[in-house]
Design a protein around this ligand. Structure first.
Ligand code: FAD
Length: 404
């Protein structure tokens, strides 16, 4: 029987009563509609890289889109010298980094900074993935969804999607308040993503949007670089932080075929090079990589609350959920300054701990349960709240456990 431990990057979570993998658009809609009409709990899962599911069995249906199609309707259009927009559509089940590799290979700029983010195209728009100065929102032209409430296919434009920092109308349809699931649709949005159309630019170069990346490339933020070089630098920086997915997971029966084979091979070769093992040796799984990525969101606070933080806490202009101006601070800074440093765990032999390379990643060091990860999360939430009065909110979708 398939379990969430088999399907998620953090490798924890209970058995799943029914797991289906539709291979057609109609099959996907039917699987969702079937679960909804029978009132069963439904989880549409992608790469399982932003999910923490409880150890208890999931008494519902988990649906994983097995379609992997990418189409470039404008590809045959003539290039007339200057940059131009090229639309690329991908089915929800396409592995996100397969899409980035494909578009960079075509010389299209817009998502190269999002290289190496685990997961699927469908989920990329749910939480508006972002990294190194780019967010998918800036490239989205439209999202085709199955609306579980109105029971019809709809095409949502960026104005409908209300993208924000790790948020969108899709994600908002699952929650009534931060980390508080809405009974009706959770743990999957009201809108199940069927496909995403991006508007990219035919351009040899892209802008470097982030300090760390600029440093890796030896340029200034805002400089233009070849998009292939930006992708390579992003992958290097992510690998150094343990923030790439563990490619050895695609050797398992549950994950086989979910990512293009040539890309899995390239990821395995990079991991082997990083580990500097014997020539030709298969890379070992990297314990820092069994995570959900950043576990907590960067808090956005009203100005008066942010004023109470220590003077050296990072502060960035941001927008509060109600649309008024706020201040974004750094969850990693708060965690570190509350005394939880890289590699922290609650004791000798603890199976869950902070990544040794990234303060924000809670990792399964081998053999952890969901309860171990949740206990670690609560210790950190409580410690940060005691020190700074800020309750950190988990970024992953937490199923069957309360991490408010
Ligand atoms: C090592 C690591 C590094 C990461 N780095 C980053 C980063 O830099 N930036 C960033 O933004 N995120 C990052 N993440 C988080 C994660 O990669 C993203 O959130 C990703 O978009 C999740 O995709 P997924 O397919 O794995 O989603 P899943 O974990 O499978 O699902 C997440 C949510 O999306 C929903 N969902 C999935 N597919 C669909 C669909 N077709 N329609 C509607 N809802 C759907 C699920 O129901 C669930 O609610 C990282 C994760 C890991 C493990």
């Amino acid at each position: 029987m398939t379990s969430f431990a088999d399907l998620t990057t953090i490798g924890v979570g209970g058995a799943i009563a029914r797991f289906v993998e539709p291979t057609t658009r109609v099959g996907l809609i039917e699987a969702v509609e079937d679960a909804d009409s029978r009132g069963l709990p439904l989880c549409v899962i992608g790469g399982g890289s932003n999910l923490l599911a409880a150890d208890a069995p999931f008494d519902g249906v988990v649906v994983r889109d097995a379609r992997r199609g990418i189409a470039v309707p404008d590809e045959a259009a003539p290039v007339e010298g200057a940059d131009r927009t090229v639309r690329v559509s991908a089915e929800a089940g396409v592995n996100w980094d397969d899409l980035v590799a494909f578009t960079v290979g075509l010389g299209l700029a817009g998502i190269e900074g999002l290289s190496g983010i685990p997961g699927t195209v469908g989920a990329s728009v749910v939480q508006n993935i972002g990294a190194y100065g780019q967010e998918v929102a800036s490239s989205v032209e439209s999202v085709e969804v199955w609306d579980r409430l109105d029971k019809r296919v709809r095409t949502l434009a960026p104005a409908d999607l209300a993208f924000g920092y790790r948020s969108s109308v899709l994600k908002a349809s699952m929650y009534v308040a931060p980390a508080q699931p809405a009974d009706r649709f959770f743990p999957t949005p009201r809108y199940v993503v069927l496909s995403v159309t991006l508007a990219l630019r035919h351009s040899a170069t892209g802008a470097v949007g982030y300090g760390q990346l600029a440093k890796a490339l030896g340029v200034e933020v805002g400089d233009h670089m070849a998009i292939g070089a930006i992708r390579e630098a992003v992958l290097r920086v992510r690998a150094a932080k343990g923030m790439l997915e563990d490619p050895t997971r695609y050797a398992t029966a549950a994950m086989a075929g979910a990512k293009r084979e040539e890309n899995v091979r390239a990821d395995l070769a990079s991991l082997a090079a990083l580990q500097q093992g014997a020539p030709g040796a298969a890379p070992a799984a990297d314990p820092d990589r069994h995570s959900c990525g950043s576990f907590f969101m960067n808090p956005i606070l009203p100005a008066e609350r942010a004023a109470g933080l220590p003077a050296d806490a990072p502060r960035f202009a941001a927008v509060l959920p109600d649309g008024t101006p706020g201040v974004k601070t750094s969850a990693a800074w708060l965690i570190d300054h509350a005394g939880f440093h890289k590699g922290f765990s609650t004791g000798d032999g603890a199976k869950a701990g902070l990544s040794s390379r990234h303060t924000l990643a809670l990792t399964n060091r081998g053999g952890a349960t969901a309860a171990d990860v949740a206990a670690l999360a609560r210790v950190i939430q409580d410690g940060v709240e005691d020190a700074y009065g800020v309750r950190l909110v988990p970024e992953p979708v937490v199923i069957g456990m309360d991490l408010r």
